[in-house]
Design a protein around this ligand. Sequence first.
Ligand SMILES: Cc1cc2nc3c(=O)[nH]c(=O)nc-3n(C[C@H](O)[C@H](O)[C@H](O)COP(=O)(O)OP(=O)(O)OC[C@H]3O[C@@H](n4cnc5c(N)ncnc54)[C@H](O)[C@@H]3O)c2cc1C
Length: 380
Amino acid sequence: MNLPNVQFTEEQKQFRQEVRSFLKQHIEKGTFETRCDSWLSGSDPSFSKLVAEQGWIGMTWPKQYGGSERSTIDRYILTEEFLAYGAPVAAHWFADRQTGPLLLRFGTDYQKEFFLPKIVKGECFFAIGLSEPNSGSDLASVATRAEKVEGGWIVNGAKTWSSNAHDAHYMVTLIRTEPLGEKKHEGLSQFIIDLKGEGVTIAPIRYLTGEPHFNDVYLDNVFVPDEMVVGTLGNGWKQGLAELAFERSGPERILSTFPLLNEVIEQLKIKRDLAGLEEATKLVAELWSLRNLSIGVAKVLEEGGEVAVPAALVKSIGTKFEQKIPEIIRLLLDVYPNLQSDNRVERYLAESILHAPGFTIRGGTSEVLYGILAKGVIAQ
Ligand SMILES: Cc1cc2nc3c(=O)[nH]c(=O)nc-3n(C[C@H](O)[C@H](O)[C@H](O)COP(=O)(O)OP(=O)(O)OC[C@H]3O[C@@H](n4cnc5c(N)ncnc54)[C@H](O)[C@@H]3O)c2cc1C
């Protein structure tokens, strides 16, 4: 595996400072409170609107659609700072990270002109409709199906674990448009479903804390017009794989529990706890190596290169690393996790412990990623 070593330019360093001062200013104003895992569970549409006003949604996209044509590395810096400060960015995250790039690559002119400017303005959020009650890792077994009718399709089925579908306006949904044949990866297509439309029921699956996050999405005779088919009919599997490249290796796979690590280091410094700091520094060193890998993948993506194997590597090591942080930290400090606590370490620890089991599952389970890595190694 050959990943480039990325050095930030002076302009990029300045941009990082700009993002930091925006975030600090909003923390001081009380616009948001730092939390762990904020990219997936910190949904706040009004904060997304503020981010949009900065020109920070769709920032790499063409100016024609409201983007600013900035580099993937600029976007990387932005997302790192959002995660480090635990900003509530979940509402627009999927549209910015996945749906926009998907539409730019495979969407029709109509879809680009209709959706992209709205996403950029923070007015249109997307959910991801891949998993089903009986299809997760074995995604090609999806059973939600569509039948052709005049002007569009009638869709029936159910999707599950759809993060933020309750806040989203639309869902990019993987659907079987041809009967299941011998090759189960064929005959799948991607449809954009209006989540406020007739026949769509969104049923929350709450976290242990009662917070809304995932949803079951039931699709009962939902009409999807032809213009909402993304890309080529029957090519949904390949398009979905291309979409996953944007999902797997970003800073969200290594920084979900960073606010906890950062806060603990501050506390250890105050206490002059050298033994504790030594342990915490080992985590920082590990994070630094993972970050170099993750930025390297971002650079290859920017240059249009193939990233499936390195992205699987970053995701599989990164998410295990994120899970390890709360485990090690609870041995370092005498704290009890408490979601309601005014003590930040207690609160971040509670958030991390509750969310950590999902890290190695969401976006592809570790075992499935090991399969991709093994095949990649054999192919070399
Ligand atoms: C926080 C979170 C957010 C999510 N958000 C979304 C979302 O927005 N949209 C969406 O569509 N989905 C979402 N998911 C669903 C997620 O992508 C699936 O749960 C995941 O892909 C695993 O599928 P499954 O739950 O059906 O498990 P299964 O596929 O049933 O796997 C069960 C176990 O078997 C193992 N296994 C399965 N196949 C293999 C294999 N070939 N080799 C070795 N081991 C294997 C798995 O690793 C796992 O340990 C989310 C999940 C989480 C935790």
